[in-house]
Write a protein that binds this ligand. Structure first.
Ligand SMILES: [Zn+2]
Length: 447
């Protein structure tokens, strides 16, 4: 088993992440979060929100609708260009994303370039390909009453899309924000929420899924200041990823995306790559989107997107720096950094060395024996006291103490607190450290 398989297995076994619609045999590219997974995910999202929005004077939050007026995707260019190169095997009819099955080609690959790579079909092993075709990755839906026998015109009038990025929900609210909040430039608008991409071949667990959660900021700046603000945003991303989320700096790599591979709206993009168990993959992107989006919205809506800078008495359409990160990608980076196998007392152990601020539970409280009412009662008191103070505290009185430690190690609980007979005498408890397995005795009053 690969390390990724080990992580997938742990996530299912301990209630972090299940395959979507598991009971019906799954549904490709979707994942469901169990009690521990949803807590970890929420903590990651809350840390981001706190770092980039709540603790800053220049950032504001928005939460836009997922289904937007389809003109949004005309203006943004997604209807025309949000497409992947799809190639079909003529032998077995399997469909693939061309740039994912052949080495050394990009999303803009032509049929000839692809055929030159002499790639064999990953399913049947033959080499008999159709032409490269562009496949738009937006999910479609119909809004309002549409019947199966409606004509094509009626049906297409009701056509709408699930948003492929949260960014457009920010851009389309830019005017509402400057007309109501009057923010001083530079300022950022932040959003967290679901985005949908109909990936041709979802793979690598939660790394490439069809439904994901994004955390995006559109940082609006005066046009001639974009470079300094790009550097500012770049430094903030590093600080967030390395200091708050505690990803190891040596597993993070910046990749300057060449012009031909950049998204249609970007003049400069740095991809932040991470060493995942299956190799280096994109963790997040930092893009200079120029005034592309606001100018498109101005054209499509007929409304002015100009900002009046009172300090310098100038009017302009702001340019935008966009840090964009997928929550699930970040979560997998966190999980794969934390996943550790070691040996304790000659036995193999699996331990999730999650940072304290992200671990689903900060403490586990248990009585040494669960059939001694006086121990259970004392342990319940300690549990309640810690819960009131730290919220994320769990109770465990199952099995023997060794089994409890093993379980708490696997879900990443940093400290286990055990109430034993000495506790009844001197009001001290044992605290056992997840990473070192060392135990110390501490007064209950000092917890
Ligand atoms: Zn084939």
């Amino acid at each position: 088993m690969s390390k990724l398989d080990d992580i997938v297995s742990l996530c299912k076994r301990r209630g972090f992440i299940f395959p979507g619609s598991d009971i019906y045999g799954g549904f490709a590219g979707t994942w469901d979060f169990g009690p521990l997974g949803v807590t970890l995910k929420k903590k990651i999202m809350d840390e981001w929100w706190h770092y980039f929005v709540e603790s800053r004077d220049d950032m504001y939050g928005v939460d836009a609708a997922i289904i937007m007026n389809p003109r949004t995707w005309v203006a943004s260019g997604h209807l025309a260009t949000f497409a992947d190169p799809l190639v079909e095997c003529k032998e077995c009819k399997s469909r693939f994303r061309a740039d994912k099955i052949a080495d050394g080609i990009t999303e803009s690959v032509t049929t000839e370039e692809f055929l030159d790579t002499h790639t064999k079909c990953p399913v049947c092993g033959k080499e008999n390909w159709g032409p490269i075709r562009k496949f738009n990755m937006m999910f479609t839906t119909h809004v309002g009453a549409v019947l199966p026998d409606d004509d094509a015109e009626t049906t297409s009038k009701n056509l709408a899309y699930l948003r492929p990025e949260t960014a457009q929900g920010i851009f389309t609210n830019y005017k509402n924000i400057i007309d109501t909040i009057y923010p001083d430039i530079p300022f950022g608008l932040a959003q967290q929420g679901k985005a949908f991409r109909n990936e041709i071949s979802p793979r690598d667990f939660i790394l490439r899924d069809r439904e994901c959660s994004q955390m995006e900021i559109e940082y609006f700046v005066a046009p001639d200041t974009w470079e300094e603000n790009f550097e500012k945003m770049r430094a903030l991303q590093h600080e967030f990823l390395e200091k708050i989320i505690k990803l190891p700096a040596d597993k993070l790599h910046e990749y300057e995306v060449p012009a031909e591979d950049r998204a249609h709206y970007s003049k400069r993009t740095i991809d932040f790559m991470f060493d995942y168990p299956n190799g280096e993959e994109e963790l997040m992107g930092l893009a200079y989107r120029t005034d592309f989006d606001l100018q498109n919205i101005a054209r499509e809506s007929g409304k002015s997107m100009e900002y009046r800078d009172k300090k310098i008495n100038e009017t302009f359409v702001p340019h935008v720096i966009e840090p964009s990160i997928g929550v699930e990608r970040l979560m997998l980076a966190v999980l794969s950094t934390a996943y550790t196998e070691d040996e304790v007392g000659g036995e193999k152990r699996i331990v999730l060395k999650l940072p304290e601020n992200l671990a689903p539970y900060r403490f586990c409280v248990s009585p040494l024996l669960k059939n001694k009412p006086e121990l259970v009662e004392k342990a319940r008191n300690v549990y309640q006291k810690l819960r009131d103070k730290y919220v994320n505290v769990t109770w465990d009185d199952s099995g023997n103490i060794g089994k409890r430690y093993r379980k708490q190690d696997e879900i990443g609980t940093p400290k286990c607190i055990v109430i034993d007979f000495d506790t009844l005498e001197d009001d001290t408890v044992t605290i056992r450290d997840r990473d070192t397995t060392e135990q110390i005795r501490v007064k209950i009053s000092e917890l």
